[in-house]
Design a protein around this ligand. Structure first.
Ligand code: SIN
Length: 302
């Protein structure tokens, strides 16, 4: 697929019809024109995750690119770079054992009142094998959900909490420095129960999408964790069916941007003995509650 915008020709290669597109022809080291930024926002809305190879952005370029999608966020839990509170270094050293940051299906910080609308991850060092990331389209998952389950979930809220991730991956002390990343357990707002609708409407495409994930969603509103578990497990098995996913092999300098509220993602922990270094920024947008009715912001043009 090609698109001509002013004097720029953009080439778009889909990873799958459900999710994922590689975009060539845009130089992210330069400020984006309004026309190109608008096109990328519409592509992101339609394909959920976009990949740009060989960009090698410095931190200022990365933040500027992120800010063309929404205001830059600072987030609880993961300590940012010194002097750059909006940037997280996602790092695993060659000799580090154990888990990996983002190593289970999740939607970034879904436990916040206003979770990131999107995240940007750029690769600096990638292992010679492994270290891929998977994304799953939650609109594709909704479309294929059996009607009785759609009817059940469309009126439901679910409870999201940050605590399970912190407990699972970080020792239960105020602050713990791991070999590669510093996780903070000192933010009580991340441990509060947060009610979000289980089904959202995408603000650009108008598509419905499931908004549940196994890392942070602990129960359905009005039900105990035990009562909710069979429903959440069954829905989650459906949400990550291979037909709704794409898997991306990183190369140094690649930048990915994803629509956080429309997806779940998973960092694969399969590169023991090798280093992996990425930098992540996030941008803000509507709250999940604001996305329960359609309010198209722009036409999808591609
Ligand atoms: C994340 O969950 O944001 C990290 C994804 C990755 O490292 O591939």
């Amino acid at each position: 697929m090609h698109q001509q915008i002013d004097d720029t020709e953009i080439n778009i290669t889909l990873l799958t019809t459900a999710i994922g597109a590689e975009v060539d022809g845009v130089d992210l080291t330069q400020p984006l024109s309004n026309a190109i930024a608008g096109t990328l926002r519409d592509l992101l809305a339609r394909h959920n995750v976009l990949f740009f190879r060989a960009q090698h952005l410095n931190l200022d370029q990365k933040k500027r690119f992120t800010a063309s999608f929404g205001s830059l966020l600072t987030l609880p839990y993961v300590s940012p770079l010194d002097g750059d509170p909006e940037v997280i270094r996602v790092y695993k050293g060659a000799n580090e054992g154990g888990g990996v940051f983002g190593g289970d299906w999740h939607t970034d910080f879904s436990f916040l009142e206003r979770p990131p609308a999107g995240s940007v991850l750029s690769a600096v060092t990638v292992p010679p094998q492994g270290g891929d990331t998977l994304w799953a389209s939650q609109a594709a998952a909704w479309d294929a959900l059996p009607a009785p389950l759609q009817e059940l979930l469309i009126t439901c809220d679910a409870v999201h909490v940050g605590k399970p991730y912190g407990v699972k991956w970080s020792p239960p002390i105020e602050t713990q420095t791991g070999a590669g990343m510093t996780m903070s357990r000192g933010d009580p707002s991340a441990d509060e129960d947060r009610l979000h609708p289980a089904v959202l409407t995408h603000p650009v495409t108008g598509r419905k999408m499931l908004f549940l994930n196994p890392t942070y969603t602990v129960r359905m509103d009005g039900m105990s964790e035990e009562e909710s578990r069979p429903i959440l497990d069954a829905v989650q098995r459906h949400c990550i069916r291979p037909e709704f996913t794409c898997r991306f092999r990183w190369s140094p300098g690649t930048v990915a941007i994803w629509d956080n509220l429309a997806t779940q993602h998973y960092a694969v922990n399969d590169y023991q003995g090798h280093e992996r270094e990425m930098f992540r920024t996030t941008f803000g947008g509507a709250t999940p509650r604001e996305l329960t009715t359609p309010y198209p912001r722009s036409a999808v043009t591609v």
